[in-house]
Ligand binder design. Structure first.
Ligand SMILES: Cc1cc2nc3c(=O)[nH]c(=O)nc-3n(C[C@H](O)[C@H](O)[C@H](O)COP(=O)(O)OP(=O)(O)OC[C@H]3O[C@@H](n4cnc5c(N)ncnc54)[C@H](O)[C@@H]3O)c2cc1C
Length: 440
């Protein structure tokens, strides 16, 4: 059993330190007295990078080292405990979670398997891209779900560019082809970010690398890009991507992925040096082994509108790992950063009420709209709100500011108002002083 501070303390365990979990532990630690409460974050990584930045990390236009948050330091600053391990199993009868052994690069055990007692357990483990059981996806495609995957994509992309640059004078076919599957925000934003990076490569010594060397194909099974945005916004985005040289194909249903090929129903097979899969969100496949809690068809933990799990009053789930259908709604709360942040806020009061035995309140999701950034080329989206009387489409500088404010809100949630503001200022300076591309 991992060191229990004292049996008398209320122990709140949060698993997963992403957009939802990290904001939650900070707020819980700031709210509760350490003499009465022990707030514990269990997270498999040692640092946090906000997921919506991963396409920039993958393209090299952001250096994640300068934006990451070290859990150890964050925990010391805010007064919660950080336990670096992956959740392996929940023993609901004994109210303990079991964490997997932490291994080093050589597979040696660094920290043994542990048990951690909980009074209240909040699962905030995020989600993964849905491969819909399509053959070859897990074996041959890359994903953009973690910092490690974004770093891997960037390294492979850079190697492919260096190879193409090196071979061009010999007359060999010199091209880097990337196939991105999924026309949601991730696929769209990564396409534009890669075009931006390719434009900058010449000034980084890849003199023979021109814009035609990079060929990007973006495949979307549905009739339009960006299902969360209105039709005309998605048309504009499609047009802008086409102007940037991206081959956008909607209605393209992928049926199989091979080592360097993406097969499309009723269409030609697309050959690609790099294949990136960015479709849908589902619960981590491991969840069914971790817990016997009810899971949705997409493998997410089914919660009541209060965010409490259907099967256990001591366990809650928030963010992408939760399947929450609110009263009067047919569809679940969407897996987005804004939902994760709002759920984290709601959990703070909810845990208070649960501890006092008071009735829980339903979560209310406030859709603030959706925005998509085409790197430095354009930003489009729609804002929702009572003040503007419903939905308003925005683009250009206003949209850019609204887009940037999403990350700023995350920084304030994670670092608090004072430190968050300093981080925002430092980031602004960094953007001016650091190189445009990270090429390692
Ligand atoms: C490339 C990309 C771009 C995106 N862009 C946008 C956008 O523009 N706007 C928007 O609203 N949303 C966007 N999203 C979605 C948004 O990032 C997610 O909805 C949000 O991060 C969900 O927060 P979360 O806390 O539920 O999960 P996450 O932020 O994914 O955090 C989950 C955490 O749990 C940890 N974890 C997982 N399993 C375990 C385990 N077994 N044990 C311990 N720890 C574990 C993970 O390491 C991670 O730190 C984007 C997502 C991606 C991938």
């Amino acid at each position: 059993m991992w060191r229990d501070m004292t049996d008398r303390k209320t122990q709140i365990v949060v698993v997963g330190g992403g957009a939802a979990g990290l904001a939650l532990v900070r707020k819980l630690a700031a709210k509760h007295d350490r003499a009465t409460h022990d707030i514990i974050l269990v997270e498999k990584n040692r640092t946090h990078v906000w997921k919506p930045l991963l396409h920039e990390v993958a393209a090299g236009s952001m250096d994640a080292n300068s934006d990451e948050v070290g859990y150890g330091g964050h925990a010391a600053r805010w007064g919660y405990r950080f336990f670096n391990a992956a959740l392996e199993r929940i023993d609901r009868d004994r109210r303990v979670i079991v964490t997997a052994p932490l291994l080093d690069e050589a597979g040696e055990v660094v920290v043994d398997r542990h048990e951690i007692r909980y009074d209240w357990l909040v699962l905030a483990m995020g989600g993964v891209s849905d491969d819909f059981g399509i053959p070859g996806v897990r074996d041959h495609a890359m994903f953009l779900e973690s910092r490690q995957q974004a770093d891997l994509f960037r390294r492979k992309m850079l190697n492919a560019c260096l190879r193409a640059n090196d071979r061009k004078p010999e007359g060999a076919e010199a091209r880097v082809s990337v196939c991105i599957v999924g026309g949601g925000a991730t696929g769209v934003e990564l396409s534009a970010e890669l075009v931006n990076a390719a434009k900058a490569l010449r000034s980084y010594g890849l003199e023979r690398f021109d814009e035609d060397t990079l060929q990007i194909t973006l495949l979307e099974a549905g009739p339009k890009l960006l299902p969360a945005l209105p039709e005309d916004v998605s048309d504009k985005v499609k047009g802008r991507l086409a102007e940037l040289g991206v081959d956008v194909r909607t209605g393209a249903m992928v049926t199989r992925v091979g080592p360097r090929a993406v097969e499309v129903k009723d269409g030609p097979t697309i050959e690609a040096d790099l294949i990136l899969w960015a479709t849908g969100v589902r619960g981590d496949h491991a969840l069914s082994k971790i817990t016997d809690l009810e899971l949705s068809k997409r493998g997410q933990i089914v919660v009541e509108p209060t965010l409490r799990s259907k099967n256990d009053p001591r366990i809650f789930a928030i963010g992408d790992c939760a399947h929450c259908v609110l009263p009067g709604e047919e569809r679940p709360v969407p897996p987005r950063a804004q939902s994760a942040g709002q759920m984290a806020d709601h959990m703070v009061g909810q845990l208070d009420r649960a501890q006092k035995g008071q009735p829980l309140r339903d979560f209310v999701y406030r859709d603030r709209g959706a925005l998509v950034s085409l790197s430095r080329f354009a930003t489009h989206g729609s804002l929702m709100g009572n003040l503007i009387g419903g939905k308003m489409q925005i683009e250009g500088r206003v949209a850019r500011l609204a887009y940037q404010s999403l990350y700023r809100l995350h920084l304030l949630a994670v670092h608090g108002p004072w430190r968050g503001t300093v981080r925002i200022a430092v980031n602004a300076i960094n953007r001016v002083t650091r190189p445009a591309l990270k090429l390692h």
